[in-house]
Design a binder for this molecule. Sequence first.
Ligand SMILES: CSC[C@H]1O[C@H](OP(=O)(O)O)[C@H](O)[C@@H]1O
Length: 381
Amino acid sequence: MADQYAQNPVGTAPPTLPSLRWDEPPEGPVLVLLDQTRLPAEEVELVCTDVPALVRAIQTLAVRGAPLLGIAGAYGVALAAVRGYDVDEAVTLLESARPTAVNLGHGVRRAAAGYRTAVDKGADAEQAARAALVAARELHREDAEASARMAEHGLVLLDELLPGGGHRILTHCNTGALVSGGEGTAFAVALKAHRAGRLRRLWVDETRPLLQGARLTAFEAARNGMPYTLLTDNAAGSLFAAGEVDAVLIGADRIAADGSVANKVGSYPLAVLAKYHHVPFVVVAPTTTVDLSTPDGASIEVEQRPGQEVTEVTAPHVAGAGAGAGGLPVAPLGTQAYNPAFDVTPPDLVTAIVTEQGALSPVTGAGIAELCARSRQVTIS
Ligand SMILES: CSC[C@H]1O[C@H](OP(=O)(O)O)[C@H](O)[C@@H]1O
């Protein structure tokens, strides 16, 4: 079936705007975000001058994706510090902006630790604020490096799992440069396969209700000239049945100590399909997404989002609609909707977890702990 799809037209250059950047214009430091709710129709920058604006951007998914949330959270602490806002209050607001992606709290605490350590050593407010910014920039750089290493480890694993020829990869949600300081997590593996001439097809789940796949992954795949095909989430099963999927590659928002994986809702059904059809189900995430203090999948708080995201198609996602326009109803007024942002896949359904420290298969608690220990060793050295 895949051969009936013509090679997608080679895309234009990669996004001209970075997902996130720190800037220091004369009127004061700002955090500039590529507003992901406006993609793919428009590349619009959102300028955050304070923490409440950044919290709103996180909650509306103008900035999103676990690793990038960590980076944004860290810069948010630096923004509060350099602008003289209460850092403790900033930490509280940012940590609670979205509950599931562990990276957000990790990034916030890392920048706060930089600030507090400087204060403890006698730094003045400006020096302490700079220390928070240094910590945020370090996290940003480390995530970019982790992305490149995950891509390497991930392609080696794919080649081992799928000997010979082009890979047909199914992915869910968006895990590219729009969630990362680098080229992403799972998407970065597919992109590396493409650059090596070993990506036969990237099947892109649209990923209802906010359509991160249709709006963002297709955007990134087109701009990189990748052979991609969009599908509705409920069409994935028929692709497996037709033998059109060689592997599933997805990201993660929180990996528990036992290897349970919280990721965009719809990931768990893909894992069950992959198991039934004997297809590798591979999770790609930096070790900053592992939370050893969360023992298992049942302990992961899954974000419940507004039912309106299900009962309406929100205007910014509709080409030409202005920002803030009301949504287009797709259900009767007053319809109640169930809208978990994530679901949890148990470790026995995960073929491998790929991190910047290497690939883990099978997925065990001991293996998870070892990867994290290796990461700390790297951080310390
Ligand atoms: C590799 S992080 C990307 C991860 O984050 C997405 O969630 P959201 O779009 O709600 O931030 C989704 O779970 C992706 O797998």
